[in-house]
Design a protein around this ligand. Structure first.
Ligand code: F0G
Length: 353
């Protein structure tokens, strides 16, 4: 059957009725790819699977939640939607709002979001406001405004977002045929870890899986409020998507961690960037830096002997690498080699050791 998007596919698990207009860009059904080469590098017999969420319509996992949130906003008669974002939520909200012909206003921290994400929000016709302040400040403004004005909030505080995002967990189980031992993901505003845990529990409760995974969340070292147990006034990290000091779903993420007997840890920017390059060079998967935090976390935990040999680990690769070309080129020192249009000169490179 041809894939029709997460609402048609998982309708029975989602808060939609026959009256809900379905606004979809055919999101979901992303591949779960077994890591082959880097298993050798990390030197264990773990079975690592990578869920490549960058293959969603706006190139991040946000589309799973946005299809549900925007569909429900249209059902409820909204004229406008609004969010704060480190980039991906704004790109997704802008695209789905365009499809639904809704006004979309997005607040982004000024100068802090990756180029591709900014281009997306602008191209889809959103009103993009660069706020002089960080993500946490922008989210507070959006909360205050949407409480008082007829504009729907489509951050993950909107429960429909989490309902949609939980379908990622369904897909993991549907693809593997069982729940993994561990599931690793980056944590920013902490909505996605909350959503995945909900999804795993729902599938477990209706007999689609015989066990639950341990949830492993990773924050960036200088933006790790949940790990440290206090808000961070000025979070810093190369992984701009998760540069968040006061996550909205903080308590729910702790609950996912504790109920699943997992953990939320941190990884340094260097560890993130190493995993980022490893994914691109050894697995053929170009992800944005925040997404590499999940793999960096696995590598770090594996070194400390955390995993039982033979365990199955699923890493959620949350966003596509093309979102953030500046970081990619900066890391690679990115210049192509200029050559004349001569066979001989080119052949030197063909036969280079
Ligand atoms: N990975 C990427 C690529 C993200 O864009 C985000 C969050 C996360 C991981 C973390 O997910 O917030 O649910 O814990 N991005 C949000 C945004 C904050 O505005 O695009 P989370």
């Amino acid at each position: 059957m041809i894939w029709q998007g997460v609402i048609p596919h998982y309708r029975a698990y989602l808060p939609v009725t026959s009256k809900t207009p379905i606004i979809t860009l055919k999101e979901g059904n992303t591949p779960l790819i077994e890591a082959t080469s880097f298993n050798e590098v990390i030197g264990n017999d773990l079975r690592i699977y990578l869920k490549y969420e960058g293959l969603n319509p706006t190139s991040s996992f946000k589309d799973r939640g946005m299809t549900v949130a925007i569909s429900k906003s249209v059902e409820d008669g909204a004229q406008a939607v609004m969010c704060a974002s480190t980039g991906n939520t704004s790109a997704s909200a802008a695209a789905y709002a365009a499809k639904a012909r809704l006004r979309c206003i997005v607040l982004v921290p000024k100068g802090e979001i990756a180029l591709g994400k900014l281009a997306q929000a602008l191209m889809h016709g959103a009103k993009v406001l660069a706020v002089d302040g960080n993500f946490d400040k922008a989210l507070q403004l959006v909360r205050d405004i949407t409480e008082k004005h007829p504009v729907h909030l489509v951050n993950s505080l909107n429960p429909y977002r989490l309902e949609g995002q939980k379908t990622g967990a369904f897909e993991v189980i549907d693809h593997l045929g069982f729940a993994p031992d561990y599931q690793a993901m980056p944590v920013g505003n902490a909505g996605n870890i909350t959503a995945y845990w909900k999804g795993y529990k729902e599938y477990y409760d209706c007999g689609k899986a015989e066990r639950l995974p341990k949830m492993l969340g990773f924050q960036a070292a200088q933006a790790a409020p949940i790990v440290l147990g206090h808000t961070i006034e000025e979070p810093q990290t190369v992984a701009s998507a998760i540069k968040i000091g006061n996550p909205a779903s903080w308590r729910a993420a702790e609950k996912a961690r504790d109920e699943s007997k997992g953990l939320i840890g941190y990884v340094s920017d260097d560890e993130i960037l190493q995993a980022y390059q490893m994914l691109a060079k050894l697995e053929g998967l170009f992800v944005e830096p925040a997404s590499a935090a999940s793999v960096a976390g696995i590598i770090k935990l594996n070194r400390s002997g955390y995993f039982k040999p033979g365990s199955t680990v699923v890493c959620i690769l949350t966003g596509h690498g093309l979102k953030d070309p500046d970081t990619a080129l900066g890391e690679i020192g990115g210049e192509p080699i200029t050559v004349s249009a001569s066979e001989d000169e080119i052949l030197e490179y063909v036969y280079e050791a």
